[in-house]
Design a binder for this molecule. Structure first.
Ligand code: HEM
Length: 511
């Protein structure tokens, strides 16, 4: 009698546990998956990739979900906070908060995705506030992004959001879902768990752009196409995709040059660079329209589009101009086995001189400055990042379009919430921005100095109004200089963070 009573109680408990799952299974994904972007591995394939002999040990249940996923979120809120009461914060971090953090495996299948994915990362000031004195081995992270502003080419910090100025941000929550309501509900529950132990410093609400613009950044170009394939994670390496050792992105893993000196609790974490990059879309469009090329055989519109495409290195569709130099090719754009398969070199073309030929793609194009491919001989090593940003802010209004000018209304600010992951900021984002993007002589060894990257480049220390010269953009006269006298992208600042492995949340970080 007693035994069957217990059985009934257990049965009811099991039933009610089944009836009220931790979260309702999802029917739609948190992620977008445009044809132009690389696909994510299936959970089965990712597991297999994780046990190949060279990379055994990538623990995808411990690596936070945002790091290896790329630019694929539908909605994402970045909530920047300071810690007021470390003891309370730590007690919540090790329990309630840790249980909400989403790992990589969970994001790979719709059925295992939570309603809202939650990731967390800490600045150096945040680690210090938590009493963690370990040296993570990254100088940029240690001093914070504010100290780096001049080096990055920001025209002073006058355009910086006040919250980013200094080192007052201790951490950031990254909340991703398919609806704004889900994201906001998750934020409310985090805030109720943490109470007054934290204070909000700043927030940025990102969203994939609507309709056919999904996956495109605000200037209209498809983004997130060329991302590194990660050994131990990516199953099918696409043609032209750079393959990197996991340690180029993940601290303490194979290929991290500082692997042996990292604190052991950091293994599987990654440095997260956040930049709020405002985009002046009407100004960009106006500049492009005013500088339409005059390539024979193209219509006026095609010549205008070609100029814009030559600033980026890809058409708006995502098709690379190195393979489609005169007209857009949407079939090429949407075929991820072909849209990254180029090197800028064309030995098959009789008389092609690599040091001077910019017929297909200018040396200064954004994608060439940030990944020079054959310009460096072979694929560069050590300077890759995983981009995981998302557009923020509303679409351009009719009033802005007709004025050809961005509104000064803060509610209409738009841009890219830029996120880059790497195991070494000096070799990843910082190197790319400083040594390549902002260096007017890079790519070295070319007959005409390319100038800075037209999208995000600016010589360090130059004032906001200094025109930036680029060349190569006119295929008929590659030596012709264009003086970019408008800022297309304005840095509103950012911070450097460390996205720890989930296990550390109940270990060192809350000790
Ligand atoms: C508002 C600012 C930015 C805009 C509008 C922008 C836009 C784009 C676009 C349209 C692409 C081509 C699509 C693709 O290959 O994924 C691209 C690629 C890329 N961008 Fe940016 N980007 C911005 C900021 C940055 C920053 C700050 C960095 C790093 C310093 C960066 C690094 C890269 C890299 C590494 C690639 C891939 C190059 C390749 O592998 O071929 N971008 N970006």
């Amino acid at each position: 009698m007693k035994v069957s009573y217990i059985a009934i109680v257990i049965g009811l408990a099991v039933q009610s546990a089944l009836a009220v799952p931790k979260f309702q299974p999802r029917r739609t994904s948190i992620l977008i998956n445009p044809d132009a972007q690389p696909d994510l591995p299936s959970p089965q394939n990712a597991r297999l990739a994780g046990v190949t002999p060279a990379n055994a040990g990538l623990n995808l249940n411990d690596i936070q979900g945002d790091i290896l996923i790329g630019m694929k979120k539908k909605k994402e809120l970045f909530f920047f906070f300071s810690i007021n009461d470390a003891a309370t914060f730590k007690s919540k971090l090790s329990s309630d908060i840790k249980s909400l953090i989403t790992n990589t495996n969970q994001l790979l299948s719709v059925s295992t995705q939570p309603i809202t994915a939650v990731n967390i990362a800490f600045s150096q000031a945040g680690l210090t506030a938590l009493g963690v004195s370990d040296n993570l081995g990254d100088a940029g992270f240690q001093s914070g992004q504010f100290a780096d502003a001049a080096k990055l080419g920001d025209a002073g910090t006058t355009n910086w959001v006040s919250g980013f100025a200094g080192t007052k941000i201790h951490g950031v929550f990254l909340l991703a879902s398919d609806t704004v309501d889900n994201v906001n509900n998750e934020l409310a529950s985090l805030q109720s768990i943490l109470g007054s132990s934290i204070s909000e410093i700043h927030r940025v609400a990102g969203a994939a752009r609507p309709g056919n613009e999904e996956g495109h950044e605000h200037f209209g170009f498809m983004d997130g196409i060329s991302q590194p394939a990660v050994q131990g994670f990516t199953q099918n390496v696409l043609n032209g995709q750079a393959t990197v050792a996991p340690g180029e992105l993940l601290v303490g893993e194979t290929g991290d040059s500082l692997q042996s000196s990292r604190p052991s609790w950091t293994t599987g974490g990654s440095f997260l660079v956040f930049r709020q990059l405002q985009q002046m879309v009407p100004e960009f469009n106006k500049y492009v329209a005013n500088h339409a090329l005059s390539v024979p055989g193209l219509t006026a519109q095609e010549n205008e589009d070609l100029f814009g495409a030559r600033l980026i290195g890809r058409w708006k569709s995502g098709a690379p101009i190195d393979l489609a130099p005169l007209r857009d090719d949407t079939d090429l754009a949407n075929d991820n086995t072909r849209n990254n398969n180029f090197t800028f070199n064309h030995p098959e073309v009789p008389g092609f001189v690599f040091a001077s030929n910019q017929t297909n793609c200018p040396f200064s194009a954004h994608i060439r400055k940030t990944r020079p491919r054959a310009d460096l001989g072979s694929e560069n090593t050590g300077h890759h990042i995983m981009r995981a940003g998302i557009p923020y802010g509303p679409e351009v209004t009719d009033a802005e379009t007709s004025a050809q000018q961005s509104s000064t209304d803060p509610a209409l600010e738009r841009g890219l919430a830029f996120v880059a992951y790497q195991s070494n900021i000096a070799q990843g984002f910082e190197f790319m921005q400083e040594a390549w993007v902002n260096n007017a002589n890079f790519i070295f060894g070319k007959t005409t100095p390319p100038g800075v990257d037209p999208i995000i480049g600016r010589a360090a220390g130059s004032a906001a109004e200094t025109p930036r010269d680029i060349s190569g953009t006119d295929p008929l006269t590659p030596t012709k200089k264009f003086s970019l006298d408008v800022e297309f992208v304005v840095s509103r600042g950012g911070e450097y963070f460390f996205s720890p492995p989930i296990s550390a949340l109940s270990g060192v970080l809350s000790a």
